[in-house]
Design a protein around this ligand. Structure first.
Ligand SMILES: [Zn+2]
Ligand SMILES: [Zn+2]
Length: 360
């Protein structure tokens, strides 16, 4: 083993340098990270993303010498957790040869810009984003870094509230810790800004799953229904209107709760005129949720929201960095419906947005 490694390393050390050798090893991890980003962007099956995350974990754990040895012996896929696809991405990255799998993935996952291209360019941030603090797949820092790379000025961290235990909703104590973490990150990431927030559950009686005291501390609050989707329409309407009228609530998240992919989920039933009238009266923005499996609200409800002159927010509800790229879906839909940039709260500068939420 040692002899084999030595023979492999000698040419690298002689002709390049250890720095270059490290670059090769970093290239494998970097290629896997890119693959994960593109897989998230195309909303690939969770097991596929996990396979690449496992492979990344293995590549990061192996020391350079060992990975180089295994690669040279053509035994990458003998490693537990490295399969054909992950192995091909690693092999091409380490060898510096064309990375066909990664190139295909990048190309096919690209989000096309349609009629909403100018509106997308006008967006300065994203007001609905998750991290590993609840059920997201990336740290706050990674999400913020990806948002900054997309040209955003800010991102609002809106992890789940305590009652949503399946998504590791944040207790008041953990939320307070998250606010400290965001403070620390903002000190290093400026001028990019991470705004504080929460996707707070609208409980069945219309109350919110967090104390007024904590909600008051947050920059932007998104309120969503995550339970009892099948309430009778009059009860659901009352539930939603109570939340919309709460002075701490800034955005109504994925209003119908429908799912349009796979087995799907029928939209909740409510009186949309009552809901939009409340949004208009209390200045609560209606979210255009860009997740491909949600596409919420449907076109006919968006048209009605415009009749009521509601404010809107075009949010990705991203649970991974690659999903932050989904805003064009919502922008196309908004422009097709006749939405003007000014009525979309995330076309506003961060200070303007904060002044608006503070005045509510
Ligand atoms: Zn939600
Ligand atoms: Zn969400």
């Amino acid at each position: 083993m040692a002899r084999c490694c030595a023979s492999l390393l000698t040419p690298l050390q002689e002709h390049t340098s250890l720095t270059r050798y490290h670059f090769f090893m970093g290239a494998a991890a970097d290629a896997l990270r890119q693959a994960i980003y593109y897989l998230d962007r195309e909303l690939a099956a969770a097991q596929k993303v996990r396979a690449f995350q496992r492979a990344l974990g293995i590549v990061e754990e192996l020391d350079d010498e060992k990975l180089a040895n295994i690669q040279a012996a053509g035994k990458l896929t003998d490693l537990p957790g490295i399969g054909k696809s992950t192995g091909s991405v690693i092999a091409a990255a380490v060898a510096g040869t064309p990375n066909t799998y990664l190139d295909d993935l990048r190309e096919r996952s690209e989000i096309p810009l349609g009629v909403g291209a100018a509106l997308r360019a006008a967006l300065k941030g994203d007001c609905h984003v998750h991290s590993t603090w609840s059920d997201g797949g990336a740290t706050i820092e990674d999400m913020a870094t990806a948002a900054a790379a997309l040209g955003h000025d800010y991102v609002v961290m809106t992890d789940h509230s305590p009652r949503l235990t399946i998504a590791h909703g944040l207790s008041e104590e953990r939320l307070a810790e998250q606010l400290d973490e965001i403070d620390r990150l903002n000190a290093t990431m400026a001028p990019f800004r991470i705004l504080t927030g929460l996707e707070v559950d609208i409980l069945v009686d219309g109350s919110l799953d967090l104390s007024d005291e904590m909600l008051e501390r947050l920059d932007v609050v998104v309120a969503s229904v995550h339970s009892k989707f099948r309430l009778p329409a009059d009860e659901m309407t009352q539930r939603m209107v109570l939340a919309i009228a709460n002075p701490h609530v800034d955005v109504l998240g994925h209003m119908t709760n429908r799912k349009v992919v796979g087995s799907g989920r029928a939209p909740s039933e409510f009186d949309p005129d009552m809901v939009f009238a409340a949004c208009a009266k209390f200045g609560t923005a209606v979210e255009i949720n860009c997740r491909p499996e949600r596409q919420d609200p449907p076109e006919e409800l968006l048209a009605l929201a415009l009749e009521w002159e509601c404010l809107l927010a075009i949010n990705t509800d991203a649970h991974a960095p690659g999903q932050l790229e989904w805003q064009p879906y919502g922008c196309d839909k908004a422009v097709a419906a006749g939405v003007e940039p000014d009525q979309v709260i995330n076309t506003w500068a961060a200070d303007e947005l904060l002044a608006w939420t503070a005045s509510k």
